[in-house]
Design a protein around this ligand. Structure first.
Ligand SMILES: *Cc1c(COP(=O)(O)O)cnc(C)c1O
Length: 236
């Protein structure tokens, strides 16, 4: 038998308690277990820890900086990972990033959407993305204002090389679970309204919301992706 390293033990323990918390939240919300997936956010850790979380069974890894994502994505040890970009993408990094990522959670401007569409087209890809919406109204947060997103909706068919799959948000920094629940429910309601007016061919099934401190709240409010970093790597 192989002995588990201390790192592997710690990560396996963290992962199993997060999965249990997710399972309980899913059940109490009356949702199916398969309806919520975990993005393991690896931005705080190096290659060794990232490889260990992959080996522990997390295949979907998220980075918030394109540069770090690109560096990790070429590592042979991480070849089995499916990469999600969860942070702001500068337009000059789009070309390098697109071939590496399965899903971009953080499309936060029309200019970025256009650039992704153009470069995807050139590369012969259809890039899956989520549109980031600023539901908390905090000035320092990226994302479309809800009204701006509504105005963008009818224009989405103009971007054939991008597949918009849903919406992403981050809860307000202050205010705890009550405010987070309000922000998450605002995203879900915005999505539900948008679905009724959605142009043909556009689906907004995915809702990316919830991090270490608020993923259970997010699951209650309809998250399909939760992005968890610090809790997963706690103690390593
Ligand atoms: C860092 C980050 C996370 C993970 O945050 P934790 O609180 O460490 O779980 C999730 N989403 C985004 C956009 C992030 O930048």
């Amino acid at each position: 038998m192989w002995a588990m390293s201390k790192l592997e033990q710690q990560l396996a323990g963290n992962l199993s308690s997060i999965c249990e918390q997710m399972a309980r939240a899913v059940e109490s919300a009356g949702r199916s277990a398969a309806s919520v997936q975990l993005v393991a956010v690896t931005k705080y850790v190096g290659l060794r820890e990232t490889a260990a979380i992959l080996a522990a069974g997390c295949e979907t890894l998220g980075e918030s900086r394109p540069q770090q994502l690109c560096e990790k994505a070429v590592e042979p040890q991480l070849a089995a990972a499916r990469w999600h970009l969860i942070g702001h993408l500068q337009r000059n990094k789009v070309r390098r990033t697109l071939p590496l990522v399965e899903l971009i959670h953080s499309v936060d401007s029309l200019r970025l959407l256009k650039t992704i569409n153009d470069i995807s087209g050139e590369l012969g890809l259809t890039q899956r993305v989520l549109l980031e919406v600023n539901c908390s109204g905090e000035a320092e947060k990226h994302g479309f204002a809800p009204e701006k997103f509504k105005r963008l909706l009818p224009e989405l068919p103009a971007f054939p090389h991008v597949k918009v799959c849903g919406l992403m948000t981050m809860a307000a920094r202050e205010g705890g679970e009550t405010v987070a629940a309000k922000n998450f429910s605002a995203l879900r309601q915005l999505r539900d309204e948008a679905m009724r007016e959605c142009p043909p061919g556009i689906s907004l099934a995915e809702l990316s919301m919830g991090m270490s401190h608020d993923f259970e709240v997010a699951i209650r409010e309809g998250a399909t992706w939760v992005r968890v970093g610090s809790l997963l790597f706690d103690g390593v």
